[in-house]
Design a binder for this molecule. Structure first.
Ligand SMILES: *Cc1c(COP(=O)(O)O)cnc(C)c1O
Length: 236
């Protein structure tokens, strides 16, 4: 086994641990999702051998082939990419979590297609915390209604909120985006929704997100290295 994925994972775990301590949060408060999109199954096996169990994928086709290729492993699969409504079935059947739900129609299809023998599919509602610049995610004003409506579906369970802020080096602005997601979640909690999850923070800003209350960070580059999209059809 190559040392590199293991060493990178150790480094990321240390960052998370330090960020938890700095924010006065308990050790283990934050779950690491290893984002393996564009990397081969062997890279996932390496991370798995180093103790990682939760993996995130973005593209339905790639997700389907990795699920098949790695069916001997006990992986917790997180689907984190945009979903077209005609591509929900594989996700409904094999994911444990979907972080990128931003409209009712997708949640409805996921609920319908979730096999009833399986536990409810865990969902996060993706919120567009940056306004115009980013296209995915529901508007902050719409998240309450969406959580309410999706909460009525039988085979999915809304666990929390997710965001991808606009790319920026401005730490103050990023902290503000993460704080907004946290605040939206807290407001929904006071309205009686049991939301325990804030999915926010990636390789470049995970410590900042942990400081603002993230319970899951989605980390790709810092574990697996830079992605090469040239070989790959990224269409879903
Ligand atoms: C690719 C991706 C990540 C990982 O980003 P890195 O910067 O490589 O850590 C996290 N979340 C989502 C939704 C992604 O698409």
């Amino acid at each position: 086994m190559s040392q590199t994925v293991q060493m990178a994972l150790d480094q990321v775990r240390q960052w998370i641990h330090d960020a938890e301590a700095q924010a006065n949060r308990p050790a283990g408060a934050v779950q690491l999702i290893a984002v393996s999109k564009t990397f081969p199954g062997d890279a996932i096996r390496e991370a798995y051998a180093a103790g990682q169990r939760a993996f995130g994928e973005n593209y339905v086709q790639e997700f389907a082939s990795k699920v098949a290729e790695l069916s001997d492993l006990d992986i917790e699969w997180h689907f984190i990419g945009p979903i077209q409504s005609n591509k929900t079935r594989i996700v409904a059947e094999y994911a444990h979590w979907v972080h990128s739900v931003d409209r009712h129609k997708i949640a409805e299809r996921l609920s319908t297609q979730r096999p009833s023998a399986m536990p409810a599919l865990n969902l996060c509602i993706q919120v567009n915390v940056s306004g115009e610049q980013s296209k995915s995610g529901c508007a902050p004003e719409a998240v309450g209604d969406l959580v309410r409506q999706i909460g009525l579906l039988p085979n999915v369970r809304v666990r929390g909120l997710m965001c991808i802020p606009e790319p920026t080096a401005d730490q103050v602005l990023l902290a503000k985006r993460f704080a907004l997601l946290c605040q939206l979640r807290d407001t929904l909690r006071t309205e009686g929704f049991e939301l325990d999850t804030l999915s926010m923070g990636m390789s470049a800003d995970l410590a900042l997100a942990v400081g603002q209350g993230a319970t899951m960070v989605r980390v790709g580059t810092a574990i697996f290295g830079a992605r090469d999209y040239s070989q790959k059809q990224t269409g879903n």
